[in-house]
Design a protein around this ligand. Structure first.
Ligand SMILES: O=C(O)CCC(=O)C(=O)O
Length: 259
């Protein structure tokens, strides 16, 4: 695909960018980081936040555990930021296999980190993530610089439609911020009744593949209804020299700037 076709479509899938042994090692690092952080959380060593949608977040030493809302026993939905907790994860920020295509996507010569996240999407309990753009989340913190943030999603397990593959609306980033669902408590999700998602594609991929997409692209993922986890590591890049997410205050009032 040419660069201009890629820019029009908005996302790029790089199948099997990481080999099986390397991906397995990243998966082990992810589980070990999770065990360490949740061990501290279970001792009550945390700062708890409950989001307007009822989701519970607990922060331990700067890493936030986002619990699955309805899982019994409790299961972790995501952990963020994470790369600072393990050298193998941290090394990915400068891995040319990621940075070369990301420089092209962001059209910049020098990249820096914005934030990182592990999404666990566990077998049977990983829940839906409704239609959204990442942009409003980033905009509340980074303001207009949020336009220059894009994500590399490294799949630590095979991704299929029934274990929660991403559905993406090609080209939706070109329309800018999409109308948000004002009836939804966080105010961050897309109003799917006012946004055309009819051309969405489901991105299935083998283990070790990487999906890259800009913050303005409209996407969702369904629940994991299988017996297989669908874990992923997300690295959000931006042009070098800008502050990382953890250094920026969350200013919800900025949502008033967006449709
Ligand atoms: O991992 C998923 O299922 C959803 C990922 C996503 O959309 C996000 O983190 O913005």
């Amino acid at each position: 695909m040419s660069l201009s076709e890629q820019r029009t479509r908005g996302f790029v899938l790089l199948p099997r960018l990481f080999g099986p042994a390397e991906t397995a090692a990243l998966g082990e690092a992810a589980e070990s980081v999770l065990e360490r952080v949740t061990g501290r959380a279970l001792k009550g060593d945390t700062q708890v936040t409950v989001w307007p949608d009822g989701h519970r977040l607990e922060t331990v030493d700067g890493a936030t555990v986002h619990w699955e809302p309805d899982a019994r026993p409790p299961a972790v939905r995501s952990l963020s930021p994470v790369t600072q907790l393990d050298p193998a994860l941290d090394a990915l920020w400068t891995d040319e296999r990621l940075t070369a295509p990301m420089r092209r996507l962001l059209d910049t010569d020098h990249l820096g980190p914005f934030t990182s996240k592990l999404n666990f999407k566990r077998a049977g309990v990983g829940s839906e993530f409704r239609w959204h753009q990442d942009y409003p989340y980033w905009y509340c913190c980074a303001g207009p610089d949020a336009r220059d943030i894009a994500t590399a999603m490294v799949f630590l397990d095979e991704v299929t439609a029934d274990n929660g593959a991403l559905e993406i609306v090609p080209g939706s980033h070109l329309a800018g911020p999409a109308p948000r669902d004002r009836a939804e408590p966080t105010g961050l999700l897309v109003d799917a009744s006012r946004t055309d998602t009819g051309s969405a594609v489901t991105v299935e991929a083998p283990v070790g593949s990487v999906l890259m997409f800009p913050g303005l692209i409209v996407h969702r993922s369904g629940p994991n209804t299988t017996t297989r986890d669908r874990r992923s590591l997300l690295l959000c890049f931006q042009p070098a020299g800008r502050p990382t997410l953890d250094r920026l205050p969350y200013r919800r009032e900025r949502l008033a700037d967006l449709p």
